[in-house]
Write a protein that binds this ligand. Sequence first.
Ligand code: SF4
Length: 404
Amino acid sequence: MTPRRPTRQVFVGAVPLGGEAPVVLQTMTAGYTHDVDACIAEVQKLARAGADIVRVAVPEKADTEALKHILPASPVPIVADVHFHFQRALEAIEAGVHKIRLNPGNIQDRKQVLRVIAACKERRIPIRVGVNEGGIVERRDKDTRAEEKATLTQDYAGGLIRLMIEKTEEYLRIFDEADYHDIVISAKSINPRIVIDAYTALSQRFDFPLHLGVTHAGPPETGRIRSITALGTLLANGIGDTIRISYAADPVYEVEDGKELLCCLGLRSRTEPELIACPACGRIEVDLYKLVTDVRHKLAEEKLPPLKLAVMGCVVNGPGECEGADVAIFAGRGKGIIYVQGEQKAIVTTDAMLDALIRECRDFAEKVARGEATLKNASVDIKPPDPLPRGDGSVPLRVMPIGR
Ligand code: SF4
């Protein structure tokens, strides 16, 4: 991992963004902001899932009016997403919103942009400036539009990134003239390669915090790869101060996947158990996929610390493949062997595996709470148990992992 690129820091409510602050995970509500109760419920659900800040769209006056009810009920800072109507920005700021998402190019009159900037400056509210692919080409001035479209026709990716940089510079001049610097920049595209190149270019040019995202990524099934490829690459290169994964689905999936990405990169500490499972192979002697799904659902109902739990499909190779797991089950034909930090605890029948495993997790969590055990003991060494006999009484061949 490349060390994080140094940036300026802004505050979204009490949440620091940029500088030395941890990467901030954000998402956006999918429902109407003016539907106050539903919006509050959605914001609270997203905060419970792990979102650090939540953005809401405010296209109508009814939406900014709803903010006075939503803000006090929200456990996390709220960002108002403004397009076209500068009055919405002013109303949201007046309501006490914690950050504004603004595209100066979408607001016709420069004086109107300056009024929004002045209001944000007075209240120390940051503004995210977006030069995203969807709105980058000039819409009002015909000649400029034709010129910009021609640039994109010649070399789409290169031309788009050049436009993004130029427009960012143009917008930053407006902010600079107003002596306002609490800025976050985004340059989203639907194409992960463009996202990587665009943010890399921005990071070399500006020291404002960067909001990473792949726009219109699609449903989680396809958008996940698209988003994680781009955001994972950038974060591993030390680029990015806040992320939003965008899916055409319940935004809770965006938060769950964003959280997992940050945990995988060591940019956020886990607060829940980490499930490791083998992919299954020709040695499998149990319905592993069902067992893993059942374990995952059970874990979601439990309040457990971030222990490492391994579910492996055989008793022969499994132990060598899940070193470091706090709790592990090696499921064989008709039976499973449960280990807790390297120590064999129980041999249980297939029917009892799920409950026994969760029970061992709870017992282990209590030990951790009492200070009798520590989590994530990477040196846990699990010795392979003797192979369980197959149904016909024969003993499976012990297959050692490659490289051992
Ligand atoms: S743990 Fe056993 S069943 Fe699972 S992939 Fe490894 S060798 Fe195959």
